[in-house]
Write a protein that binds this ligand. Structure first.
Ligand code: HEC
Length: 198
């Protein structure tokens, strides 16, 4: 009885020791996880987009950064492509996903607007003739035309200054005044209702 008791105590103690050895081993043998190859990888995606005009579903996105042989791109649930250009886009919200050779991804949310054909022509001439004074942050005379809403809200002032040249011409002298076909684009847009959809 006595022997049995001592043996069982001994077994118990041996058991504890084995348990500790196992625990210690399992801890020391634990694999250090492989470093995440995407840790710290993030891209400030830069792109140029054009809006879709009328019913033509012809919006576009061209990625300017990141670019390179090992970078691929996709929109929404599409498949990855190596080309950094997307065309024939319908108006809407898109998620652009950029992936590098290690499979690390970054995303950008891009909205393709729907411009009416007349407004598209006016916006084009504003970009062409009203910068830098009123475009890309330019604020001359308190007017900036980067946002469509600002163009829409200023339709009457745009006509007064760039079509009628009252009280003085826009683009401001010594720049040339607009050519008659460009003035006509503004007039056509205003007559149609001077909205973004016209
Ligand atoms: C070289 C610079 C320059 C360019 C280019 C230019 N502007 Fe201006 N614009 C100014 C300055 C300076 C003022 C403020 C003085 C004034 O009102 O004459 C102004 C003021 C304005 C105003 C606000 C004043 C008002 O009458 O309501 C409008 C609207 C305007 N510009 C429209 C245009 C349009 C449209 C274009 C392009 C077709 C254009 N401008 C091109 C310099 C420029």
């Amino acid at each position: 009885m006595q022997i049995f008791y001592r043996n069982s105590t001994k077994d118990f103690l041996i058991g504890i020791v084995i348990l500790f050895v196992l625990l210690f081993n399992s801890c020391s043998k634990k694999d250090t996880p492989a470093p995440d190859p995407c840790l710290g990888v993030s891209y400030t995606i830069e792109y140029f987009k054009t809006e879709s005009i009328g019913n033509s579903n012809n919006g576009s996105i061209a990625i300017n950064y990141p670019i390179g042989d090992t970078i691929s791109y996709k929109l929404n649930n599409g498949t990855y492509q190596s080309s950094r250009n997307f065309s024939n886009l319908a108006p809407g919200n898109y998620q652009l996903i950029v992936k590098n050779q290690k499979g690390c991804t970054d995303t950008a949310q891009i909205t393709i607007l729907n411009y009416g054909p007349k407004y598209a022509l006016v916006k084009q001439l504003i970009v062409g003739y009203c910068g830098p004074c009123h475009y890309n942050g330019g604020m001359e005379g308190g007017k900036n035309f980067d946002l469509d809403v600002n163009v829409i809200n200023s339709w009457d002032r745009i006509k007064a200054r760039a079509v009628d040249n009252i009280p003085s011409q826009m683009p401001a002298a010594p720049n040339a005044i607009l050519f008659p076909p460009d003035k006509q684009k503004i007039i056509d847009w205003i007559n149609a209702g001077h909205r973004i959809s016209d």
